[in-house]
Design a protein around this ligand. Structure first.
Ligand code: GMT
Length: 383
């Protein structure tokens, strides 16, 4: 098939999933066209069957807010027409599903068609999409997609509750990892420099937005640090960096909190992690927890959202109510002081990641979904 993929190209789970999916699809013989304002961060130089189309946004002085959504629709329309795309698969509804709808309307005017699949990732539904400034256009755009997928049952339910999309059946297709890229390899993981005194290493990786509760990340760590020599490794960056830094200072653990900033690849470093902390307000899925699991890292995080579909509570990690910092510190200490428990949890985490969420299992779900949306003969005729 010929597939257009649109995602946010910057650091973030939805862009990572969209890019890995495109690369996997190309490996399986599909032609993949990424359409975005910049090259997705996980897209390498050249791959056979993979093309990148940059959306150019005119910075005319009249535009205080350059209309990216329109420029994206124009590029989607021209790529779909020139490359005879079978479908546009957009990741994160806002504004991608809307731009895709505009592009499809333009094509229909010319007697052509392209199918739109929208994958819902998280705050496009749970937060941003419900803001009064976006709510009606989100509902319109998702209900006018030809098909919808959500990355978890939790997100599917949230969507059905928050939006009125009659006739739009949402298919749950979970996020995935490549088990060969994400695996435990302690040789190359720089443990000596991260833990020079043999400390235990707790990791957190995110875009430091309020939903990640950065202060709780540091508080959970401080609870551990008061009883065990340990360090907190923070990867990523965002609006709550300062809150994390200040909390660490206030709790007197700042010497043991290491800010590594944004990194393109985290697979090697994750092999050093003894534990991963994800105390988010909510996660529609928690891709980073899955990446940690694939590297044999137990996760301590929050219950009540999609993270429960990734972390098997009591088996591959431990989940607690949002804000229950004490309980999370206690669980963390249990894993870090009981070698037998850690070993058992680590191998259960790896097994769960490989058995349930490997690319080899999940990517074919997308392929068969595509075939259903495009129609079986669409696949044979143009594939
Ligand atoms: O939804 C967002 O705010 C951003 C998005 C992203 O691009 O990272 O995160 C969501 O999508 C990821 C990939 O499907 C999920 O793993 C994250 O759980 C989800 N974030 C939230 O639900 C807060």
């Amino acid at each position: 098939m010929k597939i257009g993929i649109t995602c946010y190209p910057t650091y973030g789970g939805s862009g990572a999933v969209a890019t890995e999916l495109g690369l996997e699809l190309a490996e399986r013989g599909h032609e993949v066209h990424f359409i975005s304002y910049a090259q997705p961060f996980r897209l390498p130089g050249f791959r056979e069957g993979v093309y990148f189309h940059e959306v150019e946004v005119n910075r005319y002085p009249l535009f205080e807010f350059p209309p990216y959504s329109l420029a994206l629709a124009v590029t989607m329309h021209s790529v779909a027409r020139e490359r005879s795309l079978d479908l546009l698969h957009v990741h994160y509804a806002i504004p991608h599903a809307t731009s895709a709808w505009v592009a499809r309307e333009m094509l229909r005017d010319e007697g052509k068609d392209v199918k739109i699949i929208t994958t819902l990732h998280g705050t496009d539904i749970t937060l941003v999409g419900q803001d009064p400034s976006f709510r009606t256009i989100t509902e319109f755009s998702i209900s006018h997609s030809d098909a919808l997928t959500a990355v978890s049952e939790y997100l599917k339910e949230e969507t059905e509750e928050a939006f009125d999309c009659p006739g739009s059946e949402i298919e749950v297709i979970p996020n995935f990892i490549d088990p060969d890229t994400y695996h435990r390899d302690e040789e190359g993981c720089h443990r000596e420099s991260l833990a020079p005194e043999g400390e235990k290493l707790l990791f957190h990786i995110s875009n430091f937005r309020p939903v990640k509760r950065m202060a709780d990340v540091v508080r959970v760590f401080a609870g551990v640090r008061s009883e065990l020599a340990s360090r907190l490794i923070l990867i990523g960056d965002g609006p709550e960096r300062e809150i994390a830094r200040r909390t660490a200072e206030e709790l007197g653990v700042d010497d043991d909190v290491v800010f590594l900033g944004k990194l393109e690849s985290v697979s090697e470093l994750l092999s050093c992690a003894d534990l991963f902390l994800l105390p988010s307000e909510e996660e529609s899925f928690g891709l980073v927890a899955l990446e940690a699991h694939a590297c044999g890292v137990p996760v301590v995080g929050t219950s009540g959202s999609g993270l429960s579909e990734v972390v098997e509570d009591g088996v591959t990690g431990s989940l607690h109510p949002v804000g229950d910092v004490r309980a999370m510190s206690r669980s963390a200490l249990e894993y870090l002081t009981d070698d037998e428990l850690w070993e058992r949890t680590s191998s259960a985490a790896r097994n769960r990641a490989v058995d349930e969420f490997s690319a080899g299992r999940v990517v074919p779900m997308y392929e068969s979904f595509y075939r259903r949306v495009v129609g079986a003969d669409g696949d044979d005729a143009r594939g």
